[in-house]
Design a protein. Structure first.
Length: 199
């Protein structure tokens, strides 16, 4: 009777495992004896872990997406602000030239034709003619110095790029004359600045 009871107790405590369950049991716990109930618990735990991991991954992905969206929105807002600032500071467009920072004039455009002086720089005589013109002499010192700088730059570029020896010599003389006028203009500017400070 006692043996039969023991068998019944062992059967109720440890239900029989299928071959698949036995294989899993051997793989997971080779030394321990695992019953079907323990195996079910292990499986549930695994499922829960997997679900938690998936939830974590999903929540992390959602957080990353939200962060990227926020960054994009902030960047767009910054761009809009910059554009608005540019619109406020930008003057009405006349012509299509680059405008140097801090300058009120555009390059390569004739914004004010009444203020324009025709410029020649092919020879020293041409440069002298430019600086002897009435419309050049009637300008302010500031505007005159701008025109002198322009002639100086163009004569220098033409002299550097010339290949024929005769034209190079001619342009060199024009460049040298423009340079002397530029230096004289600089001295006058310094003189005017000193006189302003004394006042």
């Amino acid at each position: 009777m006692e043996k039969i009871k023991e068998k019944r107790i062992s059967k109720s405590v440890k239900p029989k495992l299928s071959p698949k369950q036995k294989a899993i049991a051997v793989l997971t716990h080779p030394k321990d004896e695992i019953d079907a109930g323990d195996l079910a618990v292990l499986r549930k735990r695994k499922k829960l872990k997997n679900k938690k991991a998936k939830k974590k991954d999903e929540s992390h992905l959602i957080e990353v997406k939200i962060d990227t969206l926020i960054k994009e929105v902030l960047e767009r807002l910054d761009e809009r602000k910059r554009k608005k600032k540019k619109r406020k500071t930008r003057d009405p467009k006349v012509g299509t030239g680059k405008k140097p920072p801090g300058s009120s004039r555009r390059l390569y455009t004739d914004e004010d034709p009444s203020d324009t002086v025709p410029v020649e720089f092919s020879s020293a005589a041409a440069v002298r003619r430019t600086f002897a013109r009435k419309d050049f002499k009637s300008k302010s010192h500031k505007r005159q110095s701008q025109i002198i700088n322009l002639v100086h730059q163009r004569a220098r570029a033409a002299y550097k790029n010339a290949k024929d020896p005769k034209t190079k010599a001619r342009l060199k003389r024009a460049f040298k004359y423009a340079e002397t006028r530029k230096e004289a203009s600089k001295k006058k500017t310094k003189r005017l600045q000193k006189s302003k400070k004394k006042r």
